[in-house]
Design a protein around this ligand. Structure first.
Ligand code: C2E
Ligand code: MG
Ligand code: MG
Ligand code: MG
Length: 283
């Protein structure tokens, strides 16, 4: 009633809110069905070394349905809040390893596969077992498997995550801190975090050539990485100007639309073959 709405602590009803909640509920049902119906697939986006243009690996990015489908930014949070992220994440791990093995057979290249892992998966005792099983089943070296967690999650849960991160690294798997720069890492923590790679968030890369402050943040992250001996990769590189700036700073690698969009396995094999013919020095 109108009376209740005026009480402090009550949230006023908005039609928009109802619509969002309904959409989440129907998304959640559709996600469950989608997992059963194999409606998910992975696309792979190349990661490229800045010094010589060599392809180092690919990141697996989840897709639901066709091109016009719902974006991961919308359905991943729903999968996280309903617990579906656990079976879905296990599928992603196995499928990513299967695709990396295929990629290696078809191209002869010993690439790496970066896999995004949500907090609920990190908290799950079965995570390491799933990773071991997938790497073994598809004949991959542990060094080829890189697990991404976002910097903000890493910092919120650092004490619980540390043993798991150490266990991963002891197997030889790699750890990347995703969306770096958005999570307020303290230097003290970072120095002791068992991680290999910092991925600069694309919101900062976007500022290159636009704002001095954005450029300063990018410069600071690259120097920080060098100082504590971590690799640094810049996400969302879309222009030559951004790429030149990053190369000038000594950033190790990039991932972005300038060089390659996320692609299916067949398209990726074609793309890699074409690069070999054309030569890599197209920068
Ligand atoms: P992320 O892990 O930070 O992935 C990078 C995102 O940036 C991807 O969006 C990618 O398509 C996009 N991107 C790459 N290069 C460019 C560029 O040059 N410009 C622009 N504007 N965007 C670029 P996508 O595929 O929509 O994924 C969004 C987020 O969803 C991911 O961010 C990740 O947090 C999450 N996600 C995707 N796949 C998975 C998955 O398998 N598991 C989990 N837990 N999360 C996933
Ligand atoms: Mg990622
Ligand atoms: Mg990211
Ligand atoms: Mg992200």
């Amino acid at each position: 009633s109108a009376k209740r709405e005026r009480r402090p602590g009550y949230v006023r009803y908005h039609p928009e809110m109802g619509r969002a909640a309904l959409r989440r509920a129907s998304l959640s049902r559709a996600l469950h069905a989608g997992l059963q119906q194999q409606a998910f697939r992975l696309v792979l986006q190349p990661q490229i070394r800045l010094s010589d243009g060599e392809v180092l690996g690919v990141e697996a990015l989840l897709r639901w349905g066709d091109e016009s489908g719902v974006s991961p930014a919308e359905f991943i949070p729903v999968a996280e809040s309903t617990g579906l992220i656990l079976p879905l994440g296990t599928w992603v791990i196995d499928e990513a390893c299967a695709q990396l093995a295929q990629l290696q057979r078809r191209t002869g290249l010993p690439l790496r596969m970066a896999i995004n892992v949500s907090l609920a998966q990190w908290r799950d005792n079965a995570l390491l077992g799933h990773l071991d099983a997938a790497a073994r089943r598809h004949g991959l070296q542990p060094q080829q498997v890189e697990i991404e967690l976002t910097e903000s999650l890493a910092m919120q849960e650092v004490d619980q995550l540390l043993p798991r991160l150490h266990a991963l690294r002891e197997r030889g798997m790699r750890v990347a801190l995703d969306d770096f720069g958005t999570g307020f890492s303290s230097l003290a923590y970072l120095q002791h975090m068992p991680v290999d790679l910092l991925k600069i968030d694309r919101s900062f890369v976007h500022e290159i050539g636009c704002s001095r402050r954005g450029e300063d943040i990018v410069r600071t992250i690259v120097s920080l990485g060098r100082l504590i001996g971590l690799e640094v990769l810049a996400e969302g590189v879309e222009t030559l100007q951004q790429e030149d700036f990053l190369r000038g700073l000594g950033c190790d690698a990039t991932q972005g639309y300038l060089r390659a969009r996320p692609m299916g396995l067949d398209a990726l094999c074609d793309w890699l073959a074409r690069r070999r013919v054309d030569g890599v020095a197209d920068a």
